[in-house]
Design a protein around this ligand. Structure first.
Ligand code: UT7
Length: 319
């Protein structure tokens, strides 16, 4: 039996930090409101010259180095992003070129804030089938580009960044189970309902969200899919060492851990200093906890995503 395991992690945050007070200077909001309702204190914002592939490149280099994998050994690159550099080619192809390699398969996955879990499950399936031996799985976003900076209800929530893992084929798991779901009828909860036609923007180029609707949906499905994934792995919730839900709002994280019966000290929370980085949020949090020595080899990590689509999913891995 072939499994895939996470052989190395990496991440990158653009240097520019924006605090809640920076928003309060130009909008009718406050540090107190943002902290209390979301837990967010600061977020990183990319320079105009930095694209998702640039952030992905830095995170990928760190993950490749951590796993001792030369870029030319990668058979598959999957990038999860909703803020691609171009309409086409994929950000994965642009990343491949920036890594200085060619020939391996490369494509993007579009599942918004569930994107990393979708990408991980996709790469895991390729490795388990024996088709590929090494995959680079990346979540990279510049959500700052699709925010209406005058809309206080959305612009304070998001940040930019990238996280990556190298998945390697192994005789032991690794990834025990992944579960993915979607419900396209919930498109109205969270979307960027626009496109480009004949050189003009059609619809809206900005993120639109029903905040309370998203909140309720997220707490419900993160509980359900967490249970489904642990059960599919043939394990119990007590065997989970770390829970990494999509980093959207500290109240969503706390409610999810509580509903799953996972102790607060096992909950990975980085939303206070990253904000919501969509597909990058789970691998950014994972890398931070791996590098700080909290998540160690042998630990079991339940990663969960939820976001536009609506999409949701989870993956349970032994590090
Ligand atoms: O990846 C998934 C992405 N989305 C999410 O994770 C969002 C999930 N939802 C949430 O996190 C929360 O619903 C929010 C943080 C977006 C909003 O918190 P809430 O407790 O649900 O607040 P609310 O939408 O009920 O708004 C309460 C009040 C409103 O004012 P009124 O109508 O009571 O006068 C809003 O206009 O707060 C107001 N408000 C703000 N006030 C100060 C909304 N945004 C702000 C703001 N600063 N930034």
């Amino acid at each position: 039996m072939i499994y895939s395991r996470i052989a190395g992690t990496g991440s990158y945050l653009p240097p520019r930090v924006m605090t809640n007070d920076d928003f309060a200077k130009r909008l009718d909001t406050s540090d107190a409101w943002i902290r209390e309702r979301t837990g967010i204190v600061q977020r990183h914002i990319a320079d105009e010259a930095q694209c998702s592939s640039d952030l992905a490149l830095e995170a990928s280099r760190a993950a490749l180095q951590a796993s001792g994998t030369p870029a030319q050994d990668v058979d598959l690159i999957v990038v999860a992003t909703s803020t691609p550099d171009y309409i086409f080619p994929s950000t994965a192809c642009l990343l491949q070129a920036k890594l200085g390699v060619r020939g391996c398969a490369a494509f993007d996955v579009q599942a918004v804030c569930s994107g990393f879990v979708y990408a991980l499950a996709t790469a895991d399936t390729f490795l388990k089938s024996g088709q590929y031996r090494k995959a680079l799985v990346v979540g990279a976003e510049v959500f700052s580009r699709i925010l209406d900076w005058d809309d206080r209800a959305t612009c304070v929530l998001f940040g930019d960044g990238a996280g990556a893992v190298v998945l390697a084929a192994d005789s032991k798991p690794g990834i025990h189970a992944s579960v993915l779901h979607a419900d396209g009828s919930q498109v109205g909860l969270l979307s960027v309902p626009g496109n480009v036609c004949k050189g003009q923007i059609v619809g809206s180029p900005f993120l639109q969200m029903n905040g309370q609707g998203v909140f309720k949906f997220a707490v419900k499905v993160l509980d359900e899919v967490g249970r489904e994934t642990v059960s599919r792995a043939g394990m119990s919730m007590e065997e989970v060492d770390w829970l990494i839900p999509h980093q959207a709002n500290v109240r969503i994280l706390d409610a999810t851990a509580r509903k799953l019966g996972i102790a607060p000290e096992k909950l990975v929370s980085t939303v206070d200093h990253h904000g919501n980085t969509s597909a990058a949020s789970v691998p950014l949090a994972l890398d931070e906890f791996v590098r700080s020595g909290k998540i160690r080899p042998g630990h079991r990590v339940l990663m969960e995503g939820v976001g536009g689509g609506f999409t949701w999913g989870a993956s349970l891995a032994t590090m």
